[in-house]
Design a protein around this ligand. Structure first.
Ligand code: ZN
Length: 201
């Protein structure tokens, strides 16, 4: 399993397309291994199980490529957004940002997103922010569509983060500059058509 290191505390397992499985973030705290998304393949579940410490899980959103392995992983706490909670009926529902210290400073926060309701991000030491699929649109009538109001809210939330590095699931680069990601989203927002709720790409 390819574990990529971002710092002495933070690493990730890259996403795959066949089968579809999201990037997995791992933050090695003093007391816990914090896992952002759990993927959907047995190989990923096994890799996550092998981390030494007790695990705390953060699920970005309810899509299978992000949460598929949740039944196959032992953990002491799991945090998720409202729609993920509706699907799993377990975990701690996060409706507003919460922070904690575990040798690193961690903040779990909701991200309004056109991609899925109940999206969560995880900011680490105000340097890195795992964003799951928050920057993507949704599939509507076979096309990618952004709810324009939601896109505006996504931009606002991401601008308010201190982290300069955004970790964008499924993106070939994965580690992106904050400014670059926000300027791309603003570019999309500028293509909206007045009076139309959705921007179709
Ligand atoms: Zn998704």
């Amino acid at each position: 399993m390819m574990l990529h290191s971002l710092s002495d505390r933070i690493s990730y397992i890259p996403a795959t397309t066949q089968p579809l499985s999201a990037d997995i973030g791992i933050v090695h705290g003093d007391s816990f291994d914090w896992i952002f998304d759990v993927g959907s393949t047995a190989a990923i579940a096994n890799a996550i199980q092998e981390f030494d410490k007790e695990k705390k899980i953060v699920l970005s959103h309810f899509h299978k490529d992000h949460i598929g392995n949740i039944e196959h992983i032992d953990y002491c706490d799991m945090y998720c957004g409202d729609y993920t909670y509706l699907k799993l009926h377990k975990g701690t529902e996060i409706r507003s940002p919460i922070s904690c210290e575990d040798g690193v400073r961690l903040t779990i926060f909701p991200i309004p997103s056109a991609h899925a309701k109940g999206m969560l991000g995880l900011e680490v030491d105000e340097k890195y922010a795992f964003l799951g699929d928050a920057v993507y649109g949704a599939q509507k009538k076979g096309r990618t569509a952004y709810n324009v109001n939601m896109l505006q809210e996504t931009i606002k939330t991401l601008e308010s983060l201190k982290a300069r590095r955004f970790l964008v699931s499924h993106d070939a680069a994965f580690v992106r500059d904050k400014e670059q990601v926000i300027s791309e989203l603003k570019g999309l927002y500028s293509q909206r058509i007045p009076g139309e709720a959705f921007l179709f790409l």
